[in-house]
Design a protein around this ligand. Structure first.
Ligand SMILES: Nc1ncnc2c1ncn2[C@@H]1O[C@H](COP(=O)(O)OP(=O)(O)OP(=O)(O)O)[C@@H](O)[C@H]1O
Length: 301
């Protein structure tokens, strides 16, 4: 097993000078280690510092401070060896070429090349090889960029908001192709605004806001860390003092529609107690969704 991290970023910082001379601290000390084979979502609101961090990982821009390694080497060396490839938000495709021609030309430039037909199949392009790039939809063009990134058979693929501007169906098609490819063991880092994309396609979510990592863990861990589950029941207020004696950490959130809303780190224990030792009826446990976690975690950054 390869123990060298796919990405090892240490204390990365990057500032820009804005139009009126003001300094914008885009990235304020990011540490990130991605292990080989992980599919990691870089999730954050507009201006969080995702693209700046990705540019540093790819070696497109240098950090002011800190260091980044890709498979133990400088990103540019890793790119030259075909170990890392990227799908960026913008970037030129040759509009007069067909899909197959584009792939053929770019394949001829690499010294390490995956099977072209297999790449087209994996990117969902096998049926549209003869289509001119200018006639491809936005989703098809992004899948073409994905195919180009797959050509050197990279060990790490980095995608910066690859589905921005696509409709739901195209996004689904894109991620199905990406996910199918990732199951083959490739390491993937992708930036997104879309919580549901991070939730559906990543093993791990690194949440970034205000140039910092504000949370890092599996999707389930992020949810739990951001907020407790809420247990609600039809229950009189006079039961509350007794509950607080049993559970000193209990939070009484609100009373609404005849229901009392409570939270405790161990929601199962609270629900069990309500059902077995109180007159509570219609007990419900509500999981917080990722949207709640996102708002909570990025609000103070
Ligand atoms: N070349 C630049 N010159 C000046 N400011 C910049 C430059 N690039 C980025 N910034 C600023 O740095 C901050 C982080 O930008 P960045 O593009 O990394 O965020 P992001 O998370 O990728 O956002 P988005 O999701 O909107 O693409 C923003 O405030 C942005 O305006």
């Amino acid at each position: 097993m390869n123990a060298t991290p796919a990405i090892q970023a240490t204390q990365l910082t990057k500032s820009f000078r804005g139009p009126k001379g003001a300094v914008v601290d885009a990235v304020k000390g990011i540490d990130l280690t991605v292990r080989p084979g992980e599919v990691v979502a870089f999730l954050g609101p507009n201006g969080a510092g995702k693209t700046t961090t990705i540019d540093m990982i790819l070696g497109l821009t240098s950090p002011d401070n800190g260091d980044v390694r890709v498979f133990g080497r400088h990103a540019r060396e890793a790119a030259r060896d075909g170990r890392i490839a990227a799908v960026m938000q913008t970037g030129g495709l040759m509009s007069d070429f067909t899909v197959a021609e584009t792939i053929g030309v770019v394949a001829s430039l690499h010294h390490r090349t995956a099977d072209v037909a297999a790449v087209m199949e994996r990117a969902g392009l096998a049926e549209i090889g003869d289509r001119k790039v200018s006639r491809c939809s936005g989703g098809e063009q992004q899948r073409l960029k994905f195919a180009l990134a797959l050509l050197p058979d990279p060990d790490l693929i980095v995608l910066d908001e690859p589905t921005a501007g696509m409709d739901v169906e195209s996004r689904r098609g894109f991620w199905a192709a990406m996910r199918a490819d990732a199951t083959r063991g490739r390491t993937v880092l992708f930036a997104t605004h879309y919580l549901e994309e991070a939730d559906a396609f990543a093993d791990r979510i690194v949440m970034i806001a205000g140039g910092h990592v504000v949370a890092d863990g599996s999707t389930a861990e992020i949810r739990t860390r951001a907020s407790r589950r809420v247990v609600s029941a039809v229950l009189d207020d006079d039961a509350v003092p007794g509950l607080l004696r049993v559970f000193p950490g209990l939070e009484v959130r609100e009373r609404r529609g005849g229901r009392l809303y409570l939270s405790l780190p161990d929601s199962d224990c609270l629900a069990r107690h309500l059902l077995t030792s109180t007159k509570a009826r219609e007990v419900e446990i509500a999981a917080h969704n990722l949207e709640d976690a996102f708002v909570t975690l990025t609000a103070d950054a």
